[in-house]
Write a protein that binds this ligand. Structure first.
Ligand SMILES: [Fe+2]
Ligand SMILES: [Fe+2]
Length: 227
């Protein structure tokens, strides 16, 4: 099953198979959730049903694209594919929540609502999404961090956070100027691709004359100092 996915990121994309996770729910397959000392959370079918119900068709397709892309990146980087898939699929679980709901949820769950989030509540979909995933029983800290930091970036990102950050920018449904070049760069040199993805994201913020969040500045500075 995995061998079929050993191809350049973005090439030959087909919609994700929801059955991948559903098959993991069967008792006999649960052993495959552990790789080394990595233990996946117990998955509940209702999570995926809930996700499907919560998201528009378009956003669900995007999440499937991020899942598939994250899986391919994980394979190429020697990272746990199952964790990358789960983080990719869930990363935008709160993306379509109304602003009021995001703000309410953040207030109820002690999620920081800084002046950037107050000005642009959609930014909260990342930390709120992580809290929602936790409420669904996802307890793996790396997966939760990957969801939480996929929008603004974070200095000192783990490999999984980097994978989801990049996959979000290059999944096959993405259409913007420069995305194909970014896909090629990521396939050739992941670290350079990550830096380029961050640069494009920051350029987009500047183009739109929006505030640049300090976390994104710290993320960028970390990328420069690290590479
Ligand atoms: Fe997002
Ligand atoms: Fe996304």
């Amino acid at each position: 099953m995995f061998a079929a996915m050993r191809q350049p990121v973005g090439a030959g994309f087909k919609p994700a198979r929801e059955s991948f996770f559903l098959c993991l729910l069967r008792q006999e397959n649960r052993a495959s959730l552990s790789k080394g000392n990595v233990v996946m959370p117990m998955l509940d079918k209702s999570i995926f049903e809930q996700l499907r119900n919560d998201l528009s068709e378009e956003l669900y397709r995007h999440c499937q694209g991020v899942e598939e892309t994250a899986a391919k990146l994980a394979l190429s980087l020697g990272y746990c594919e199952s964790k990358a898939r789960l983080a990719g699929l869930l990363h935008d679980c709160a993306r379509e929540w109304p602003h009021e709901k995001l703000l309410d949820f953040a207030g109820q769950h002690a999620i920081e609502t800084d002046r950037f989030a107050l000005r642009s509540p959609v930014l909260l979909h990342a930390p709120v999404g992580a809290a929602q995933a936790y409420a669904w029983g996802i307890i793996d800290g790396e997966i939760l961090a990957a969801i939480r930091n996929h929008t603004l970036g974070f200095p000192g990102m783990s490999v999984l956070e980097q994978i989801v950050y990049v996959a979000d920018k290059i999944e096959p449904g993405r259409r913007y100027s420069g995305v194909e070049e970014l896909r090629v760069l990521v396939a050739k040199d992941f670290k350079l691709g990550l830096k380029q993805a961050a640069a494009q994201s920051i350029a987009h913020v500047l183009d739109k004359n929006q505030l640049l969040h300090p976390l994104t500045v710290s993320f960028w500075n970390w990328l420069i100092e690290m590479h």
